[in-house]
Design a protein around this ligand. Structure first.
Ligand SMILES: [Mn+2]
Length: 361
């Protein structure tokens, strides 16, 4: 298996001699730091990773030493930001060009590196995103485990449903179940929507209470070794009526068409189109108002690939992507069904193994 840094330099194809990933503080940590360093724990505020063809060097505080134990990285302990600047300056003195990841870089971190380096700095975010998009087998194992955990939680949702339970309460129960089943944390606050609110794709759960005959849309995921899962299931509390069944079956058919279109070499926009045309062929035409899917990895929205009408890329073996068609009818309700798949030569392998048929409960 190629190391992550050697894959990156193949993609960079001579653009720069090294890449520096520089973290800010708190929630301004660049996920690429964890990606190249391989750490499953630690916080790494204000830390930097120097990635070159020879390997990965980490500049960090002594507090992070336990998180680096056993990893294949060189570690330089720094005591403060001026110490960081002088130690980076020494390490960077052999290079004329470096790359950074501009979209996740704070101005402060950029200035620290700029003061430590006399050469030219290029934005290498596109190349880094391409590197991240194709997962290695260790990453796929972590995502698979994360997906299995989320799938077990799906199976527990029917027993959480009761007349009068609020969306917020159900969201909390799902979060707890993720921890119970072995997740480190929810990958994002679970979306739960009842009845009419299920027609709002990015809804935040509120104080609505569940009543018989309503849609129950749940969209959530966990993390395992920091790798995310992302799954959506829509239930009906009580018995579904005919319109609810037709809406559900249409979205399920669209999802099956999308999954069947996935294989290495498939155009991303063509996969989206296969699913979209199923919904647009019938009574729910025009109700699929977002893209079909997104990359999944260390982040829930992992950059590449994207499955949308405007995507211009093609799928490669080892990419992990969500397939999540939905149909939304304002004032009535909506259905979304989301699974996570890994792209293989011959097709998609579905990693979320929860049942997909309509569950009335
Ligand atoms: Mn998603």
């Amino acid at each position: 298996m190629d190391s992550r840094y050697s894959r990156l330099f193949k993609i960079l194809n001579g653009k720069v001699e090294a890449v520096v990933i520089a973290n800010g503080h708190d929630n301004l940590i660049d996920h690429n730091f964890r990606y190249f360093v391989g750490a499953h724990s630690g916080i790494f505020e204000g830390s930097a990773a120097l990635v070159s063809k020879r390997g990965v060097s980490v500049f960090t505080s002594p507090l992070e030493a336990p998180a680096l134990a056993g990893l294949d990285v060189n570690t330089t302990v720094v005591s403060n930001s001026s110490d960081m600047q002088s130690k980076l300056a020494k390490a960077l003195s052999r290079f004329d060009t470096i790359g950074m990841n501009f979209p996740a870089l704070t101005h402060t971190s950029f200035m620290t590196v700029k003061r430590a380096f006399r050469g030219r700095i290029y934005d290498c975010s596109t190349e880094i995103a391409k590197c991240r998009a194709v997962k290695d087998e260790r990453e796929i194992a972590s995502i698979s485990k994360s997906c299995r955990i989320a799938s077990r939680v799906v199976e527990r949702i029917p027993e959480m449903l009761a007349e009068g339970v609020t969306e917020r309460k159900l969201s909390a129960l799902i979060s707890k179940a993720l921890y119970d089943e072995g997740s480190e944390a929810p990958s994002f606050p679970p979306i739960v929507s009842f009845g009419k609110t299920s027609a709002i794709p990015h809804y935040s759960p509120g104080d609505l209470r569940l009543r018989k005959g309503q849609f129950v849309l749940t969209d959530f995921g966990g993390t395992y070794r920091r790798y995310c899962s992302d799954i959506t299931r829509t239930f009906v509390y009580g018995r579904a009526d005919e319109r609810q069944k037709r809406l559900y079956q249409t979205v399920l058919n669209a999802q099956k068409a999308g999954i069947s279109a996935i294989r290495s070499g498939a155009r991303e926009s063509a996969v989206d189109a296969e699913a979209r045309k199923v919904i647009d062929a019938g009574e729910f035409k025009g109700s699929f108002i977002h893209s079909l899917g997104h990359g999944l990895g260390l982040q829930v929205h992992d950059g590449l690939p994207t499955l949308s009408p405007s995507s211009s890329g093609t799928l490669d073996e080892g990419m992990v992507v969500t397939v999540e068609p939905g149909a939304y009818i304002s004032g009535y309700g909506g259905v979304r069904i989301e699974d996570d798949v890994v792209v293989r030569k011959s097709g998609a392998r579905v990693l979320t193994d929860a049942p997909r048929e309509l569950i009335e409960c």
